[in-house]
Design a protein around this ligand. Structure first.
Ligand SMILES: [Zn+2]
Length: 192
């Protein structure tokens, strides 16, 4: 990739992190790696690969569980050491405007996958290659991956990085995200 552009200390309510920004090809949207203090990059590293979800991550939307997963992941890596890789692929890679359009289609009865297809996209347009490049950048060889998504697990298994364990992130279920989580489980094979 895709070199590192800059690193800076980011103290948060959860703890102290270093944020590293990587060139994504779009200067305004660098991919990010949030590395917790006391992370030993040469051991088994706890890693969360998180795809940007502005509505969930920033505004706490309950249409999905992204914001809660990000918070849970930050707390986990702060306690155990680890890295959160934040990929700028909003709305399963279709962008914010299309995601909002998809929400309208969902309000008319479609599920996440059907709505994305109706807008002319694949059900899931995400690409986890930049995350693998970032792991290689840090020379991380072994990971415990924090995910409910088997695809991320499979993407890493073919990367030469050893996945020692998969740790499921559990987040609360709400009436607002019940249908979404059900779709994730059925269509995208997530353990939610
Ligand atoms: Zn989300």
């Amino acid at each position: 990739m895709e070199g590192k552009l800059v690193s800076a200390n980011i103290p948060t309510q959860v703890g102290k992190f270093t944020m590293h920004a990587f060139d994504s090809g779009r200067p305004e949207l660098p991919h990010l790696a949030l590395v917790a203090e006391n992370t030993k990059l040469d051991g088994v590293v706890d890693v969360r690969i998180h795809s940007e979800c502005l509505t969930g991550d920033v505004f706490g939307s309950l249409r999905c569980d992204c914001g809660e997963q990000l918070q849970a992941a930050m707390k986990h890596v702060e306690a155990n050491g680890g890295v959160i890789i934040y990929l700028r692929q909003e709305g399963r890679g279709i962008g914010l405007v299309n995601k909002l359009k998809a929400y309208n289609l969902q309000d008319e009865g479609m599920d996440t996958a059907e709505a994305n297809i109706a807008l002319g996209f694949h059900a899931d347009e995400r690409d986890f290659t930049p995350a693998i490049d970032i792991l290689h950048f840090f020379q991380i060889k072994k990971v415990r991956i924090l995910t409910n998504n088997p695809e991320k697990f499979e993407a890493l298994q073919t990367s030469g990085i050893e996945v020692v364990e998969r740790i499921a992130l559990t987040t609360p279920k709400h009436a607002e995200n019940q249908f979404y989580l059900e779709t994730k489980r059925k269509v995208f094979r997530h353990d939610v």
